[in-house]
Design a binder for this molecule. Structure first.
Ligand code: IVH
Length: 691
């Protein structure tokens, strides 16, 4: 491959990985499986190996993903980890596990044992106990800095606030996973669906999302569970091995898995893997593999770390569970934006801890390319992905009367002929203003938690719509107690509560209102960026396509959709009605720090700052600048924090681009001085100064 081609591919892969990493760690809503994610990383690592000059220390191949809460989401104080919280090397084949053992054998001269454990699929957590008391709990964050979620962790029943027994170190960290057992997960999702909230994709996302709740009592109600599996080496002097240290931790009352095994050779490791590959299906919580650790702490020190993971441990990931089942029928669902998605109804089958009876068929092309027919036996998988996916058809079991599905030509709800946009694979119903499903979908979205935050389920929307009380969002603000009490099953108290909650929504901040409007492709983060950058609905409605494009996160599709939205007189009339209802259509003055001091300037942000990198980019945008990802001839400044990417520095120097530091930048935008940074450093000897 030519270098030019590799450069483009590397850039695309990095963007794809960053995007999926954000969806996984921050939004808790992955759209690809862990396996597919790892494949992207492998391809990138491979290219970087082939073209070392294109490698960069800030490439995702050298960093762990970040779960830090971002702008627009729930905020927690951030704290630096005492030791970086790393990830594990993943393997998918027995051969790779054998390679791991062979590498360790080459370095360690004596015989050694392996501690084998389950790989728990939840949200990573690091607990600090001082003088026998739990003092801090941090999420993994970006591996260096985590969100301090101690208040929430204290609500998890099996985490002791005080240790028992004796012999615990005076000050130590212990790390593990917060899990949501399948039973709690099913209950939570059922409640969410009833309330009209999006259900969680899987228990991992539910656990991670729950840790970031502001209401710690709600965290307590969610039935979370903790298992601990790692004490950083330096914190447990005096123990021979990791396994023995965990035994001791168990004796101090800490939750440690009893599924661990000490194995004396690789064949015992294989037995452990094979046993749990099938036995895990009986466990009440999600596991996605086995972790194999060299047990001796001395050997662990000898083997050390790469920038991302220890050389003394490896994860063997189980293949995503598969099941065979039958396609009974196909529904064509119309979404809030009019897109029509085919969904297969299948004979219920138990898969990865939950009962599966529906699978997305993505779009018409997917059905055709797989040649899926009604009556077919299909193979379904459920890994980390949101909805089970059909990955194959058992042609040998195809019954003679299997039917080729016919994608509808008209909207299944309102009968309007479906349309397809150029280079889009999805059919959609263009009747946005009168298609009942789209109207109801938009109304539900308008009230949803991250929008106007009014508790309301699908059934209520159906009732309000059927009775003709609500057709558009502004109608919610005209509802009367009498109307609500006339609905079936509505008592006075419930009706009053609903009205109170509608009343309270008039105070919801503009960024949420903007998201609530349901402008196509404008998600929560984009809405927050736009609100902060422009400050008001009037400014956004007047913004040109180019001005919109200059906002971080806004690409051509989003910019086009925003321009179209404000070009529609019906939407403008609706906004006027909502304004009359008293909703917030501008940001509070202190939230719009917008100035134009950076207008026309393209700034690349690299390294770490007192604020997160996303926040720094948002600051650039709110002062009129454009934050770009790569240094090029178009860059005006390279804003370099701590440990900026050396490639970026080199390129900026070559191109004669000005490099500015955090303080200079803050002065430039007239903001307060950046917070003093913590002095504490990580022990560089352990990590070779690479983190
Ligand atoms: S040990 C230095 N043991 O898997 C890393 N990790 O993909 C020490 N995980 O970040 C981690 N089960 O959140 C370890 N038994 C186990 C684990 C485990 C799950 C998670 C952990 C880690 C991720 C890596």
């Amino acid at each position: 491959m030519e270098k030019k081609e590799a450069e483009i591919l590397i850039r695309q892969l990095r963007e794809q990985i960053e995007d999926n990493s954000r969806r996984y760690y921050v939004d808790n809503a992955p759209v690809i499986s862990d396996y597919d994610f790892d494949q992207l990383l492998y391809r990138l690592a491979d290219l970087e190996k082939q073209f070392p000059e294109l490698d960069s220390p800030d490439s995702p191949t050298h960093r762990v993903g970040s779960d830090l809460s971002v702008e627009g989401g729930t905020r927690f104080p951030r704290k630096k980890h005492k030791y970086p919280m790393l990830s594990l090397g993943n393997t998918y084949s027995i051969q790779e596990v054998e390679d791991f053992a062979a590498r360790a054998n080459n370095i360690i001269n004596t015989s050694f044992t392996y501690s084998c454990e389950l790989k728990f699929d939840g949200a990573g957590i690091s607990l600090t106990y001082r003088h026998g008391r739990l003092v801090t709990a941090l999420t993994r964050g970006d591996g260096v800095v985590g969100d301090d979620v101690t208040v929430n962790i204290r609500k998890i029943a099996n985490i002791p606030h005080t240790l028992k027994g004796s012999g615990w170190p005076e000050d130590f960290e212990i790390r593990g996973e917060i899990l949501m057992p399948f039973s709690s997960f099913d209950r939570l999702n059922q409640e969410r669906e009833e309330a009209g909230d999006e259900p969680f994709a899987n228990p991992r996302n539910a656990a991670s999302g729950s840790l970031k709740l502001l209401d710690s009592d709600e965290v307590g109600r969610r039935g979370l569970w903790c298992t601990l599996y790692h004490i950083p080496n330096q914190d447990i002097p005096g123990f021979e091995g990791h396994y023995q240290a965990l035994d001791a931790a168990a004796s101090w009352g800490l939750p440690v898995s009893d599924k661990r095994r000490l194995c004396s050779d690789i064949s015992e490791v294989m037995d452990y893997i094979n046993y749990w590959d099938s036995a895990r299906k009986e466990l009440p919580y999600a596991t996605d593999g086995v972790v194999i650790k060299i047990n001796s702490l001395e050997h662990q020190r000898e083997l050390g770390y790469t920038a991302k993971s220890p050389r003394w441990a490896v994860a063997y990931k189980f293949k995503a569970e598969e099941a065979l089942t039958k396609v009974l029928s196909i529904d064509y669902q119309v979404g809030r934006t009019g897109a029509v998605t085919p969904v297969a109804n299948m004979e219920p089958v138990f898969l990865s801890g939950t009962m599966v009876k529906r699978a997305t068929l993505v779009n018409e092309d997917f059905i055709k390319s797989m040649d899926i027919r009604i009556g077919d036996t299909v193979k379904v998988v459920k890994g980390g992905e949101i909805i089970p996916k059909i990955i194959g058809v058992a042609l040998e079991s195809r019954p003679a009367d299997a039917q080729v599905p016919h994608f509808p030509t008209v909207c299944p709800d309102c009968g309007t002929p479906l349309k397809k946009e150029e280079d889009q694979a999805r059919w959609f119903c263009p009747n946005a203003t009168a298609c009942p499903t789209q109207i109801k979908g938009r109304l539900l979205h308008f009230l949803s938690r991250k929008a106007m935050n009014v508790l309301c389920g699908e059934a209520t929307i159906d009732q309000l719509y059927e009775r003709g009380f609500v057709r558009r969002p502004s109608d919610f603000y005209l509802l009367t107690l009498r109307q609500l009490m006339s609905l079936e099953g509505w008592k006075e108290r419930a009706s009053e509560r609903f009205l109170e909650s509608i009343e309270a929504s008039r105070k919801v901040s503009f960024d949420h209102v903007l998201f609530a409007l349901g402008i196509r492709y404008v998600g929560q983060t984009t809405a927050a960026m736009l609100a902060r950058r422009f400050g008001s609905i009037d400014a956004i409605s007047k913004a040109s396509y180019e001005e919109l494009l200059a906002v971080e996160d806004v690409g051509e599709t989003i910019a086009k959709s925003i321009v179209e939205y404000f070009g529609n007189p019906a939407e403008i009339t609706e906004i006027e009605r909502l304004k009359e209802a008293g909703l917030q259509f501008s940001m509070e003055a202190e939230e719009v720090k917008a100035s134009d001091v950076l207008a026309g300037k393209t700034i690349v942000v690299s390294g770490t700052f007192a604020l997160s990198r996303d926040e720094m980019k948002a600051l650039v945008a709110s002062h009129g600048g454009k934050a770009a990802s790569g240094v090029s001839g178009k860059t005006d400044f390279l804003l370099a924090g701590d440990k900026p990417g050396p490639e970026k520095i080199k390129k900026a120097e070559e191109l004669g681009i000005k490099i500015i530091g955090e303080e200079e930048f803050m002065a430039m935008i007239g903001s307060v001085k950046a917070d003093e940074k913590e002095e504490e450093q990580f022990p560089t000897d352990l990590f070779g100064g690479t983190i």
